[in-house]
Ligand binder design. Structure first.
Ligand SMILES: [Zn+2]
Ligand SMILES: [Zn+2]
Length: 177
């Protein structure tokens, strides 16, 4: 589904939309997402300018970068921006423009249409965590035996420090350098 709304369908009183259908969601995350909900409020500010406010929520199953366990990330992000019809001298394309965080951004479009699918997709991509962690203090996996250190202490780290193999490994590493 493409969610494109012509400026002409947006009045000064505003249009409220609730999109629970997830086809606009970024491809690589769509299968992992459930309960995707976008609430959007569009208001005509002038003939060529639309105010857009809203919020995107979704539960996304992600794999922790450190311990590789699947966890649920509650995506919840507010957006607020202006969609403005660019003057014809400049040929902006939506994908060339950044939708930043926080401040009121302006997206310039070549046609008087709000491409909600694209705007929402960018919002999700730009607000995903840079590092995927099941928890801030995730201990990750033991590099010797692969045990999940959040669940148990395997003791490899301590053993490795004084085992003869650890000494040999250090010697070997030095030779390589
Ligand atoms: Zn983890
Ligand atoms: Zn271990």
């Amino acid at each position: 589904m493409t969610v494109k709304i012509p400026f002409s369908e947006i009045s000064e009183h505003g249009v409220q939309l609730e999109i629970t259908e997830p086809s606009w969601f970024p491809d690589h995350l769509r299968d992992a997402a459930d309960s995707v909900t976008a609430r959007i409020f569009l208001v005509k500010r002038s003939e060529n300018k639309i105010d857009l406010r809203g919020n995107v929520k979704a539960g996304i199953r992600l794999e922790c970068d450190r311990c590789l366990i699947e966890y649920r990330h509650d995506f919840d992000s507010d957006l607020q921006l202006i969609v403005e019809l660019a003057d014809q001298a400049r040929h902006w394309r939506l994908q060339d423009l950044e939708v930043g965080k926080g401040e009121l951004d302006t997206i310039q479009v070549a046609e008087p249409v709000v491409d909600l699918g694209e705007i929402l997709r960018q919002q999700v991509l730009l607000n995903m965590p840079a590092k995927q962690l099941c928890g801030e203090n995730c201990l990750g996996l033991c590099k010797y035996c692969g045990a999940n250190l959040n669940e148990r202490r395997c003791g490899c780290e301590e053993k490795a420090v004084d085992s003869p193999f650890a000494v040999l490994a250090r010697v070997a590493a030095k030779r390589k350098n």
